[in-house]
Design a protein around this ligand. Sequence first.
Ligand code: GDP
Ligand code: IMO
Ligand code: MG
Length: 425
Amino acid sequence: MANTVIIGAQWGDEGKGKIVDMLSAESDLIVRFQGGNNAGHTIKVDGRETILHLIPSGILHENKVCLIGNGVVLDPEVFLTEVDALAAKGVDVSPARLGISPKTHLILPYHKAMDQAREAKRAGKKIGTTGRGIGPCYEDKVARIGVRAGDLAQPDLLREKVRHALLEKNVLLRDLYHFPVLDADEVVSTLLAQAERLTPYLTDVSAAIQKAQNAGQDILFEGAQGIHLDVDHGTYPYVTSSNTVASSAAAGSGVGPRALDRILGIVKAYTTRVGSGPFPTELEDDTGNYLRTQGHEFGATTGRPRRCGWLDTVVLRETVRLNSMTDMALTKLDVLRGLPALRICVAYELDGQRLEYMPQMEGALGRVTPIYEELPGFDEDISDCTSYDQLPQPVRDYITRIEELSGVRVSIVSVGPDRKATMVR
Ligand code: GDP
Ligand code: IMO
Ligand code: MG
């Protein structure tokens, strides 16, 4: 096999966790490279569901090594809770097979407070963040005042950094947002208690990947969020605070770009989005409700109902272009069962012009009108299909049309949440 990067092709929740879990069987190392516990990646094995927010989705496979790269933002409390939950299920989460880069930035209580305080003050213009402190943590990283996982092993440095950061944050929290201030010594003492359990996980992730590569092993890079939530290329400002594009797998884990061979985009057979921001094919009608109900479209992290709509191949073409996408996994096809017709957005109209790609100016996506093509629907239950040939003709036609419109091959088809409900073409 080759090294593979998994990316969400739309606005997140495409089924990345499921596909990463499946491909972990043929990989040696699974690496998260951006985002934090804003992610919620669901895996279902023999009816048992596991939702992971931070730990790579390869963890359920024995003997595979899972690493958290420098590009991730890690909430120590969430990490330890996840470790405990997995251990309680009998999963080996020892430092022998789980590592965190010392360069990974930590999400601290003041990041969560700032995230929530800002959203509360935005009134009508909320981004709809997950409230997990993601944005403020990345801000501190770029501002060069962040606290990193490796600092947990250096208490003096840790104390100095937290005190320095709180000088500014407490003024904002108290005077601007009217939120409770935080005590630096309390923050540090909690961190030092967590450090005892966390420091054994510190690993030079870049070196571990290099070693694996030298041994001829295969690496799976697990992206979080979706391409259109990318801080540069997404629907700014309604985005997350990291680069979600495939190339970020290199910077976010400490490998060069030539280490990335296959770029597998996970595409949901329709579109969903959580939080605010433009969504051209959104359905605020019975069909949208049908997709939400049939697809159980409620957030794996916050439980919020996901906005639902038709598949948008303009969005997909942009994803292909931004990521050198080699192939795609099409998920949740089973959810479309029972709809009389399936619509695919093939282009947009904006100010009398036809657009094949997304407009680049801020706000313009909110003004486009989708141009649709209609294909026949299907009524058969496809969730038990085990090979491509068993899929009804309308389903195969839908897949073919998506390939034509995106210019990329569908190599994996998913027809149910379980690990087994997957076909490789
Ligand atoms: P991720 O964030 O991309 O990992 O996706 P989420 O886990 O947030 O959301 C995907 C949801 O769809 C989860 O509840 C999965 O169990 C479920 N799922 C994944 N693939 C399929 C599929 O092919 N069919 C159905 N019905 N559900 C799926
Ligand atoms: P996975 O990995 C869907 C969205 C939030 C919000 C915006 C910014 O499960 O696909 P943030 O907390 O990141 O500052 O919020 O991004 N968002 C996601 N939407 N899936 C995700 O992750 C998301 N992570 C963040 O809803 O609109
Ligand atoms: Mg998710």
